[in-house]
Design a protein around this ligand. Structure first.
Ligand SMILES: [Fe+2]
Length: 385
């Protein structure tokens, strides 16, 4: 049996926000808008304010999400939520404000002085205020998932919190909001979405339903990411990437991630590399390692994308797919560990701990190949050799 969960409503297209007003009206007459200082001054937030005003929904803008969200930012957001007497929460921006909106919703129904850290690794069951997610990047898929990642500032651990109650009630997706993404963000978020789609398709938890979304997302991203990286004004490519990021988010929500995400989080935590970039640094090596454990699946992706013929041998088709992924990573000019400015000796020294943390996260265990700590260590070493 496979459980399959997605947002209750998804409004997609250039008129998405105006159409979303009627749904938001049902969520209450006061909203907290959670975002970062840059997006807060953008035309997107102006449009959101107008949509809320049209529906006579009062709002307060909390623009305190200045980077990947921390427990401290969530505390401040919670204060704003309570002070504004809001009834529901709207996250607008990249993955960080969307994750923050979910965490504020969660904390708004807890007893006073509850620490968000208590939810780490625990199944979350509670009724939270309605959550609206409006992405302005095409990558994290947070608009489609039950996950939120919040940094614990006391321990410096990125806490993964998960619960079906955190799946947004409404996702509003307008590719025009992604047009201003800088090249490097287009690359890292696009490759994050690609990683989601490939990992979920080759995950032990994949199901027939997630396969449909995963194949579709991989096809779109392999075709359109190189195009949009080279020309950020290509509206067709931006639209395809926005669709793919949502599809890939649905995939990880239901089939989880595998080796790349498991190994990526420790790089992010220790060397402060953004999530999409650290995934992209690992993607080629991890796929080459995982390929023979799920040869048929990688071959299917190769055939679906047109890199291999229908009757072609699985191993050859799988190799062609992984080679094509490496080519896209190259096109997106993803830096190596040393090009990123990380001290190679410090990276080498951190490898045993990173490998241990990666294994402890559980994600590598979803890969269709038995993986041990030493395998992770070997892959980390390849990144600096
Ligand atoms: Fe990701």
């Amino acid at each position: 049996m496979a459980l399959f969960a997605i947002p209750t409503h998804v409004v997609f297209g250039t008129e998405a926000l105006s159409q979303a007003g009627a749904y938001m009206k049902k969520f209450g007459n006061r909203a907290l808008v959670v975002t970062g200082p840059h997006v807060a001054r953008s035309p997107m937030v102006c449009e959101l304010k107008k949509a809320l005003e049209k529906e006579e929904i009062a709002y307060m803008v909390f623009d305190g999400i200045t980077g990947e969200p921390t427990d401290e930012m969530i505390r401040q957001g919670l204060e704003a939520y309570k002070k504004s007497h809001s009834r529901f929460i709207i996250g607008i921006g990249g993955g960080s404000p969307l994750d923050a909106a979910k965490a504020i919703a969660l904390m708004s129904v807890q007893e006073k002085d509850t620490e968000i850290a208590v939810f780490m690794g625990e199944p979350i069951y509670c009724q939270v205020p309605k959550i609206v997610a409006i992405p302005t990047t095409s990558g994290t898929g947070s608009e489609a998932t039950k996950f939120t990642v919040i940094t614990n500032t006391k321990t410096d651990v990125k806490m993964l919190l998960a619960g079906d109650c955190l799946i947004p009630d409404l996702a509003v997706i307008n590719y025009e909001y992604t047009m201003d993404m800088p090249k490097s963000v287009t690359a890292s978020t696009g490759l994050d979405a690609l990683t989601h789609a490939i990992e979920s398709y080759t995950s032990r938890k994949a199901s027939e339903l997630t396969d449909v979304y995963a194949i579709s997302a991989v096809k779109r991203i392999m075709r359109y990411l190189p195009i949009v990286y080279n020309n950020g004004n290509d509206g067709v490519a931006r639209e395809q990437m926005a669709l793919a990021a949502f599809e890939a988010g649905v995939c990880i929500n239901n089939a989880s991630v595998t080796l790349v995400h498991g190994m990526s989080r420790p790089i992010g935590a220790i060397f402060h590399v953004s999530h999409g970039t650290s995934n992209a640094m690992l993607l080629g090596e991890c796929l080459s390692f995982a390929m023979d454990g799920a040869c048929e699946r990688f071959a299917n992706l190769g055939r679906a994308c047109g890199y291999a013929e229908e009757g072609e041998d699985d191993m050859a088709a799988a190799e062609k797919f992984v080679a094509a992924v490496r080519e896209v990573i190259k096109t997106c000019e993803i830096p190596t560990i040393s090009e990123y400015g990380i001290d190679v000796k410090a990276f080498a020294k951190a490898i045993p701990k990173m490998a241990e943390d990666a294994m402890a996260s559980g994600s590598p265990g979803n890969t269709r190949k038995t993986i041990c700590k030493e395998d992770c260590e070997r892959i980390y070493h390849k990144l600096i050799s």
